[in-house]
Design a protein around this ligand. Structure first.
Ligand code: NAD
Length: 428
């Protein structure tokens, strides 16, 4: 919450919305199931490294401005850290810390040889020119040069960063090491060693997670109604792929507004409109509703694919969806989890549902290191295999420990990281 928030939050409300606390609550629940000893819990809870950097930039006006950036490496026992970089005004260290830890668990859930990392820069990219964004990205890369690398930490896109951002990072890093290093980032343009299927991977993974969850629920509805929060890489592409599979997308939103159409939106048209107008505001021939109303719409499936803390103790009991598939990281608070569980809503947790992106990032890193590239069909097939297998493993773990899919996913992930740590031992 920014200091300008008019309504003061109580301590328990602000604790509920603190993403690191949200992650820690789930961690503790899973660690209790596993009977992890206190020492190992402390190791796995504590980020391996946190870097804060100042990023001075000459703005287009000629004035110097300093941005603050972070890179947090939560755990590298299973391999190099992996995780996105986000540019947003509300980036803060607690959020980056939580996102880095989520990456450790996410990579582990889908059994990739990576640990978790995350980065962020406090800025408002919507008010910055391409030149300013490029200078900021390059200076941020130079500032974190010592801790990133194909064997150390491999960044990727996240909120408000994209292929172009990755191209700048890859070029800056390569200029410093005096060799073209494609495996330093994933989510790059194809021409620079990107992987086919990467742009669509998170949305495709969400689509697969929806499909697998519906099988589990045995929900037999023709053209299930889906509400998608966010129309970016995850939400927009996820909605498009779900529509292709016959799902009816009744609502989409962006940071400005939400739209609703009972007989289904034309997702491709909506995304074209956003591309042209940079906003969903003004999209014609639909009902415009508030972002808060959107989450409470009558539907079978809700896909929060925008940002954290959207489903909280304040709105969870009013949610009508039977299935929530978390495209975003941390969209549901721990307090909301309990409410949803008591209502019988099935939640496919972020660390499983949106793992398609990091899975194809892993494929990209493998292809870059081998300098041998796969067809899109091969990438999609391998992604399908990983998602279906991981969903089944999480489901089995949840059944074994008699817990939710979320805690099942954490148990599976934490157990794998804990085992790696035990085998490697503590170097002192
Ligand atoms: P993006 O920048 O491409 O899109 C974000 C979308 O959410 C935009 O439509 C934006 O307008 C909207 N939005 C932002 N705040 C909102 C709000 N408060 N209410 C409604 N809409 C809002 O970002 P993305 O890559 O799609 O990431 C979305 C989420 O998915 C993030 O939590 C991110 O960490 C997570 N994620 C992304 C990837 C990936 O591969 N891109 C992978 C895993 C998880």
């Amino acid at each position: 919450m920014s200091s300008g928030t008019a309504v003061a939050l109580t301590k328990s409300q602000s604790d509920e919305l603190n993403p690191f606390m949200a992650m820690s609550k789930r961690f503790d629940a899973a660690a209790d199931h596993l009977g992890l000893d206190e020492g190992l819990r402390e190791v796995l809870r504590t980020p391996d490294r946190e870097v804060t950097v100042a990023i001075p930039i000459t703005m287009d006006s000629g004035k110097l401005k300093v941005f603050i950036g972070y890179r947090v490496q939560h755990n590298f026992s299973r391999g190099p850290c992996k995780g996105g970089i986000r540019f947003a005004p509300d980036v803060n260290l607690d959020e980056v810390r939580a996102l880095a830890a989520w990456m450790t668990w996410k990579c582990s859930v889908v059994d990739l040889p990576f640990g978790g990392g995350k980065g962020g820069v406090i800025c408002d990219p919507r008010t910055m020119s391409m030149g300013e964004l490029e200078r900021m990205t390059r200076r941020y890369t130079a500032a974190i040069m010592d801790v990133i690398g194909p064997d150390r930490d491999v960044p990727a896109p996240d909120v408000n960063t994209n292929e172009q951002t990755m191209a700048w990072i890859m070029d800056t890093y390569s200029m410093h090491v005096r060799a073209t290093s494609t495996a330093i980032v994933t989510g790059k343009p194809l021409a620079l060693g990107g992987s086919k299927g990467r742009t669509e991977a998170t949305g495709r993974g969400v689509m697969i997670a929806v499909r697998e969850a519906l099988k589990k629920l045995g929900l037999n509805v023709a053209n299930p109604r889906v509400v998608v929060q966010g129309s970016g890489n995850v939400g927009g592409i996820g909605a498009r792929l779900l529509q292709q599979q016959g799902f009816k997308i009744v609502s989409l939103s962006d940071i400005d507004t939400a739209i609703y159409k009972a007989d289904g939106l034309n997702v491709v048209d909506v995304l074209d409109f956003i591309k042209k107008n940079k906003t969903l505001r003004g999209y014609p021939n639909v009902q415009h509703i508030t972002r808060e109303e959107q989450l409470l719409l009558d539907c079978e499936i809700l896909v929060p694919a925008a940002t954290e803390n959207q489903i909280t103790s304040a709105n969870a009991d009013k949610i009508k969806a039977k299935l929530i598939v978390e495209g975003a990281n941390g969209p549901t608070t721990a307090a909301a989890d309990a409410i949803l569980e008591s209502k019988g809503v099935l939640v496919v947790p972020d660390i499983l549902a949106n793992a398609g992106g990091v899975t194809v990032s892993y494929f990209e890193w493998v292809q870059d290191r081998a300098a041998y590239f796969w067809s899109e069909a091969e990438v999609n097939q391998k992604l399908e295999t990983v998602m279906v297998h991981s969903f089944a493993e999480v489901d089995e773990t949840a059944k074994k420990f008699k817990c939710s899919l979320r805690i099942g996913a954490y148990i599976l992930a934490i157990d794998r990281v804990a085992n790696t740590y035990r085998l490697r031992g503590t170097y002192a």
